[in-house]
Design a protein around this ligand. Structure first.
Ligand code: AMP
Length: 189
């Protein structure tokens, strides 16, 4: 099974993806984590994307599509992928559909975590304090939220039209949200 965890930055996608990795035979594919690893290792790609991440803007579609492409065989071997933070544009979603189709696979479900903006802001303040991620500072976070609304939210009708979109209340305790996700994954489409 291949699923997309969908939602704005700080909606809890990473936390829930990690839990699904433990409870299902799946691999988390987080383009944000991959890009941060490139920056940490000071690779050429890392140097190219560093300032873009710091600004809260999106890196080019080609870069993230290549990263996903390189990791698909690993996810396939494990039994499926949990896409976290990818796709973020319609072009990325179309490229992902084509890549999976070429491998005889598809996206099975898109689970949208719905959270309100006030809750997001307080979550991000806590994450900024705990982890010190530069792009979690309040100004950059606002930019990331704006980028989400402008470029990523338009994917919702894309997946709704394919009957793949499942909406889950992303508020409350991690375990409660996890239970709602499990329900969405077991529901008949
Ligand atoms: P994330 O950890 O998913 O919030 O991603 C952190 C940052 O990495 C984003 O603000 C973007 O700059 C970049 N990034 C991650 N995934 C993507 C993507 N699918 N497309 C473009 N940029 C991305």
């Amino acid at each position: 099974m291949n699923i997309i965890l969908f939602g704005p930055p700080a909606a809890g996608k990473g936390t829930q993806a990690k839990r699904l990795v433990e409870t299902h035979n799946m691999v988390q594919l987080s383009t944000g984590d991959m890009l941060r690893a490139e920056i940490a290792s000071a690779s050429e790609l890392g140097k190219t994307v560093k300032d873009i991440l710091a600004s809260g803007q999106l890196v080019s579609d080609a870069i993230v599509i290549d990263l996903i492409k390189a990791n698909l065989p690993r996810a396939e071997a494990a039994g499926g992928a949990i896409f976290d933070g990818f796709p973020r544009t319609v072009a990325q979603a179309e490229a992902l559909d084509a890549l999976l189709q070429g491998r005889g696979a598809k996206i099975d479900r898109v689970v949208r975590l719905k959270v309100d903006e006030a809750a997001l802001i307080s979550r991000i303040e806590k994450r900024f304090a705990d982890q010190g991620r530069a792009d979690d500072n309040p100004d950059t976070y606002k930019e990331r939220l704006a980028v989400y609304n402008a470029q990523t939210a338009p994917l919702l009708p894309y997946y709704a039209a394919q009957n793949k979109l499942f909406e889950v209340d992303g508020m409350g305790a991690v375990d409660d949200v996890a239970a709602r996700i499990d329900e969405a994954l077991s529901e008949t489409a």
